[in-house]
Design a protein. Structure first.
Length: 108
């Protein structure tokens, strides 16, 4: 089913972001709603009314797409944080090197 695959993809994106230390708790809660929509669609299928099933599936797909995007956004934020951390590290290393050179100059 399309919705089941979308939920799985969103779960994978959120799992990667979560393993990287990013906060995806809100998206995880919303993911539960997508799973609820999947269950509702599976129950509604017994009514033999395609419109009702499609309505439940579309609602779940919207939630799953939003959750997958939240996982991707978290990964972008992680990359930005890593770049910022690297820049700070370089600035601190240059300051320490300058301080070390200044101390050597004073000792002479």
């Amino acid at each position: 089913m399309k919705l089941d695959g979308a939920i799985t993809q969103a779960d994978q994106a959120l799992a990667v972001a979560e393993a990287s230390g990013m906060d995806v708790s809100e998206a995880r809660l919303a993911q539960g709603q997508a799973k609820d929509e999947l269950i509702k669609a599976r129950v509604t299928i017994h009514t033999y009314q395609k419109a009702l099933v499609d309505e439940d599936v579309q609602a779940g797909l919207k939630i799953a797409a939003k959750d997958e995007q939240a996982g991707k956004d978290a990964m972008v934020e992680r990359n930005q944080r890593r770049i910022g951390l690297g820049i700070c590290f370089l600035a601190i290393a240059m300051m320490l090197a300058g301080l070390w050179l200044y101390i050597r100059k004073i000792e002479r």
